[in-house]
Design a protein around this ligand. Sequence first.
Ligand code: SF4
Ligand code: SF4
Ligand code: SF4
Length: 344
Amino acid sequence: MCQRRRRLSRKSIASSPAMPRLLNMGNELARCSQGRARVAWRRWVMDEKAVGFTLEMPKVGIIRGVKAKDIEMVGGKVVNLRTCARPYENIYTVTQLRAIQGVSKKYGSGKVHLSPRHNMEIPEIKNKHIDEALRDLYVAGLFPGGAGTSVRNVFTCPDWCARSVRPVQAIGKMVSTNFGDRDMPNKFTISFAGCPNGCSRPHNTDVGIIAVAKVTIADQGCPDGCRECAKVCPVQAVGPTEGRVKINRPACIACGRCVKACPEKILRSEETGFKVLIGGKEGATVAFGAVIAEFAKDFELLEIIESVLRKYEQKVTPRLAGRKKKERMSEVIERLGIAAFLAD
Ligand code: SF4
Ligand code: SF4
Ligand code: SF4
């Protein structure tokens, strides 16, 4: 058995009030994770002989911590635990927040940090309590994650934002289900923005996906004095000229704000799609993504992302000769150029 796997005592698990729920969730998770070897480590597995559970220690989500001065070390190291719901829907329920609060108070120092990609980081948990902490989080549907060389949380805007061109949380969840936690040569990030405002930072993400609107103009004149569309356009690309509205198409960023503002429904958007950028990055060095699709449809996205992941896996090399650490995708694109990166 893997050295990192720890067995919880039969007594402690069997007497747990959460036992029936654990069993249900274990079965549920086993079903939803079929065919995804990567999630095996985060599964509570029923061990029929021992009539208990075994917890395979995660490879990601446990970050070596620095001992805070005000923490009394009783034994073992102190670790930070990153946790998140899977597949990630860009939402934590109140139950999950309570579980995080409980773990932090019981096994940590009462602090919680929200990472830039929405992982809840619970700092200063002692190694000897890590099993209990993981168990308590698991009961609330939370798993370790958000660290290491894998596809990180698929990040989306909230659907209720008034500016969104279209909802993105459901499609983000679908992408998370398909690609979340996949082993990669280096960290890999995917972000969805509900409109070109880009609050989820799609321009500086390995794959950035931005919802865009196809705006059409009805064959109809505008009422005198109306300039509602011109008032809301963030790039001054639309407005009436001699009683008819005109759009400066090269300047338009397809945000759809003029459509929402038009009182006469002269401006319309009957179709939405996604602009896709690849090769963006944040960190010590910053890179902006290159556009590879201007108006991709929902059903094309999985194929585009799979193709980009494969090209990255095929063309990546170590950062330095003889070293283990591999390039980020932005570095591969910078080295080869976008055309060679995308070529078969
Ligand atoms: S990117 Fe657009 S939809 Fe998303 S949060 Fe910002 S303004 Fe709202
Ligand atoms: S879609 Fe946005 S950028 Fe384009 S014309 Fe309308 S308001 Fe301006
Ligand atoms: S397109 Fe709509 S919002 Fe713009 S000027 Fe005409 S009626 Fe007004």
